[in-house]
Write a protein that binds this ligand. Structure first.
Ligand code: ADP
Ligand code: ADP
Length: 237
């Protein structure tokens, strides 16, 4: 999508009386790396579910390029969503297979696509050195030969999402195990690819998203403030 809009959106969980999100309006645009920042319970996960049609709002509308998600076929929306979960999941496979496995039409894709995704997250050199056979990587990480760091696994999880060229890319705490350099590289590559998609980085720490084009701070189910990192810091003085 070019644009995702939330108009007057509220959401109350079925077993709750007070809303997890209340009367929220915002627009996410293709070409920007947007960050969603908020403490535990602020409503970040609920908002992610609404943006990607995993949940429908109890009030207001969420729309993709003007199409109300309440009227859309959820499965065809999901095909355009790339979600990088916080607990990066990886199977006992060669790192390269972690990028392609379970992806629709993976066999039709050329190898170049895998390398393109790996290069974007700075993992191409690592992949080139790793063995390709099923299970070998796990054996190596168990026996200590070729262990990938937590940050490298996070990069692989990003490559996996990028391989599908999603129209909406959502990354949940993508840099929690990366050092400052990894974080810098990830944002650079997200920005380089931002023209093709809507990119949203979700985190509990403002410090993690200094490089985002736009930051939305959620607090207690509402938007507390928005702006660039410098603007938000200036407001606090
Ligand atoms: P594609 O041809 O890319 O596979 P889909 O068949 O997935 O497109 O699109 C079908 C539904 O998905 C639409 O009815 C709409 O609800 C939703 N959808 C996907 N992309 C968009 C978009 N850019 N704008 C609005 N709705 C979209
Ligand atoms: P965050 O992702 O920022 O930690 P959440 O969206 O998970 O915030 O939570 C927002 C509010 O909704 C919190 O008050 C939380 O307790 C509540 N909540 C989250 N998930 C559920 C659920 N499945 N059922 C009931 N309440 C929930």
């Amino acid at each position: 999508p070019k644009e995702i809009r939330l108009d007057d959106v509220a959401y109350t969980y079925p077993n709750k009386t007070s809303p997890a999100l209340h009367k929220l309006s915002l627009t996410l645009r293709r070409g920007e790396v947007v960050a969603l920042v908020g403490a535990n319970g602020a409503g970040k996960s609920t908002l992610v579910r609404l943006l990607s049609a995993l949940t429908l709002p109890t009030h207001g509308t969420v729309s993709w390029d003007g199409t109300d998600l309440a009227k859309a076929d959820a499965e065809s929306v999901w095909r355009h969503v790339g979600l990088v979960p916080q607990k990066y999941g990886h199977w006992p496979l060669a790192a390269r297979e972690n990028i392609t496995l379970g992806q629709p039409h993976a066999h039709d894709h050329h190898d170049e696509e895998v390398w393109r995704a790996a290069e974007e997250v700075g993992m191409a050199a690592v992949l080139r050195e790793l063995p390709d056979e099923l299970g070998t990587l796990l054996a190596r990480s168990v026996w200590g030969g070729h262990e990938l760091s937590g940050g490298q696994w996070q990069r692989l999880a990003c490559a996996r999402a990028l391989y599908r060229r999603p129209g909406l890319l959502i990354l949940d705490e993508p840099t929690s195990e990366m050092d400052a350099r990894g974080e810098h590289q990830l944002f650079r590559s997200l920005r380089r690819m931002a023209a093709d998609r809507i990119t949203l980085v979700v985190t509990h720490r403002l410090d993690n998203v200094k490089m985002a084009d736009h930051i939305i701070v959620l607090d207690d189910g509402g938007i507390r403030e928005q702006g660039t990192f410098d603007q938000l810091i200036a407001q606090e003085d």
